[in-house]
Design a protein around this ligand. Sequence first.
Ligand code: ATP
Ligand code: MG
Length: 477
Amino acid sequence: MFARYRKNTESSAQPVRPAAGTPARQTAAPSAPAPKPERAKPVAPKVDMPKDEQRKQRMNSIKSDLHRRLLDNLNLSALENASEIELRSEINAIVVEALGEMDVVLNSEERATLNRDLFFEVMGLGPLEPLLQDDTVNDILVNGPKKIFVERAGKLELTDVTFRDERHLLRIIDKIVSAVGRRVDESNPYVDARLADGSRFNAMVPPVAVDGSLVSIRKFKKEKLSVQDLVNFGAFSPEIALYLEAAVSTRLNVIVSGGTGSGKTTTLNALSSFIGNSERVLTIEDTAELQLQGEHVGRMESRPANMEGKGAVTQRDCLRNALRMRPDRIIVGETRGEEVIDMLQAMNTGHDGSMTTIHANSARDGISRLENMVAMAGIDMPLKAVRSQIGSAVNLIVQVSRLQDGSRRMVSVTEITGMEGEIITMQEIFRFERTGIEPDGTILGHFTGTGLRSNFADRFKRWGYDLPASIYDQVKV
Ligand SMILES: Nc1ncnc2c1ncn2[C@@H]1O[C@H](COP(=O)(O)OP(=O)(O)OP(=O)(O)O)[C@@H](O)[C@H]1O
Ligand SMILES: [Mg+2]
């Protein structure tokens, strides 16, 4: 009944696998001349091994044998149109038959696990699939075939998920990158891609990756964290939320700064919910992660060169083109290179309310990063001129951080106030004040105003955001 998904043999249109009920050994009989599948006996585990380990080894060996059979037997191109139910039944049928042949008895739970894993091998990303489906996982980090970490709630954990060996891992990497028309091998040892569900994917393979392939996946969250969610999680206070609403609505140019995985993109996404529905917003990213809710949103994604080295479209190309597309605001997912020039220019020439993220450890460090990026872009401008460009382009730097206990917090909100001589001046309006640390490592602290009133308070008021002066007060604990 599943013959559609079986490879046909030369001399007969019969499925390779005999119909249910037919003894499997007849498969290789003259009447059905399919090549006899190679039968690996499950490896007998060493006796001095712990029971759990023995079971794991046995399952792995059965899995790898069955996987080979599946690939031998299934007609993969027909599978593309198969429904999930059909494929699951087909896999189940092959498993039952093969286990019979191999003389292996499994309990129903083991069989279900085996079916699931094989389904993921054929249709998904193999051992990584359960981690991709686990909503509590933020990042998946593979350090060679035997070490797979996940990040949950800001903390890294080693999982018990493994690949059989480096070849298995490479096969899954290849499956991912070939699906998006890329290639990864010794001559192109690293690659960026986006998974079908929107997750961000990066892989680097040996020999550049010394101890086996390295894979990093930032999972795409369908349900983006809203400003209210972030307040509820303690990422920032309701007072800061009020302030940020005024800042974004009145079109200040905002930079979200932070380290790797500190929550920059999440914050940018949440802030964008304050953008008016009627404004035309263009987003530019290397990997499209932002999900803006407005009506007039145009999304752009840069792309690397193809295998012949042609066809690259950089963030800078997108940004230059965006300026001809009559945007009210421009949002660049992460500024890290020469596009900084056009970003600053856009911010200085009427695209107020533009936003981006940068990789930096403090507001002051963020400014130096921008200066460095300008210098690296090969623009020959005196430092003072660069600083005055930055000083007049950027209004607000929001610093986010992942603290040692895994929590992600907005640790500082800083306004750029102008220039004094060659120095860009700034004032911190809010900060996260640490007060201590619990024995379990939890960091104690609270958000507080610094006592300084916003430099933009009058602007906020003019636009209808008359914030109570008390939000800027220092919190006394
Ligand atoms: N305040 C928060 N509370 C809980 N989880 C958060 C918070 N902020 C971000 N996250 C989660 O942390 C992960 C990393 O966040 P995000 O992608 O925003 O970081 P990033 O700084 O942009 O990272 P990268 O440097 O890799 O671009 C995501 O899975 C996100 O859902
Ligand atoms: Mg990001």
